[in-house]
Design a protein around this ligand. Structure first.
Ligand code: CA
Ligand code: CA
Ligand code: CA
Length: 333
């Protein structure tokens, strides 16, 4: 634009140069003339004379045209410039708005990042605290673990010792079992020897009966001189190392019946106290061969103990009330 102005001006200067040259020539000529300063009206006249003197256009009009054209160009350029500036301003405003928006976003992001950073710091601190707690717990667990290891080792040692003691006890037990078996064998042998000695002793005893006892077969018999009930009579025999007489054979039955004839009625060691009508000797054996009197045992008024009623060998027994008192016969093997 400046260049255009320069070009325009140079054109105008070229056109005006002739005019101003003439003027300057005229003014110079006039200055040489002392009367020139009073003759400006003549200058105009001379100028008009020059304009009308040739076929060339008038310089004033051309100037006005060029000035108008220049002004128009300037106006157009100004409009273009304004439009450009507006567009640029608008663009600049948009960019600024975008920058502001971006700035706000960056501020928000910065705040969010700050918040996140703060939260992360808190989480880091919490994690650090948790980590420290975990370290403490780990140390405690490690200590507990070490203590458990020690206890386990001690228990293992105790267990091993117990195993050794158990093995020793097992060996001792086995030895004791052997000794027990040996002792059992010895005991059985001793029992046999004792039984043999007892049999020998009994044999010797049978050979001689105590005073006031009657010997018959392999037994000694004692006949009481007083009367008692069945239970007391049996207890007296027990006190004497004997029991109420047990009749094992017809020969013994005959001997007892013979004694009945000499002395009277006697208790014998037979009863059905435990189970009615199940007669049992005082050594626990069941009655197999019996010598009941005719019609006996009749259990009249609950008679549970047996006596020698008659001197008849094969019909001499009677059941009678155990609480009655009678003589009794003891027998010792
Ligand atoms: Ca007998
Ligand atoms: Ca009875
Ligand atoms: Ca009876």
């Amino acid at each position: 634009m400046q260049k255009m102005k320069t070009v325009e001006r140079s054109s105008m200067d070229q056109d005006d140069e002739n005019y101003y040259g003439n003027v300057r020539s005229f003014n110079k000529a006039s200055s040489d003339d002392p009367k020139s300063e009073n003759d400006y009206g003549n200058v105009t006249v001379n100028k008009d004379i020059r304009d009308t003197s040739g076929p060339s256009p008038r310089p004033g009009r051309r100037v006005c045209i060029w000035v108008a054209v220049g002004l128009a160009v300037v106006c157009v350029l100004q409009v273009i410039l304004n439009i450009y500036l507006c567009i640029r301003a608008y663009s600049t405003s948009g960019e600024d708005l975008m920058k502001i928006t971006r700035y706000d976003d960056l501020i928000k992001e910065r705040d969010q990042l700050q918040t996140s950073y703060t939260n992360l710091i808190k989480e880091r601190d919490q994690l650090q605290t948790s980590y420290n707690n975990l370290i403490e717990e780990r140390d405690q667990l490690q200590t507990s673990y070490n203590n458990l290891i020690k206890e386990r080792d001690q228990l293992q040692t105790s267990y091993n010792n117990l195993i050794k003691e158990r093995d020793q006890l097992q060996a001792s037990y086995n030895n004791l079992i052997k000794e027990r078996d040996q002792l059992q064998t010895s005991y059985n042998n001793l029992i046999k020897e004792r039984d043999q000695l007892q049999a020998s002793y009994n044999t010797l005893i049978r050979q001689t009966c105590p005073h006031d006892w009657i010997k018959y077969g392999l037994s000694c018999y004692y006949i009481s001189s007083t009367e008692k009930n069945w239970a007391d009579s049996r207890q007296d025999c027990l006190n004497r190392g004997a029991n109420l007489v047990i009749i094992n054979s017809i020969e013994e039955q005959a001997f007892i019946a013979f004694l009945r004839a000499r002395k009277g009625r006697f208790w014998i060691g037979l009863s059905d106290i435990k189970v009615e009508n199940t007669w049992e000797w005082v050594d626990g054996t069941r009655l197999s061969t019996s010598y009941w009197y005719k019609g006996e045992p009749n259990n009249q008024n609950n008679e549970d103990c047996a006596e020698i009623l008659t001197s008849v060998t094969d019909e001499s027994w009677n059941d009678i009330d155990c609480k009655t008192t009678k003589l009794w016969i003891c027998e010792r093997l």
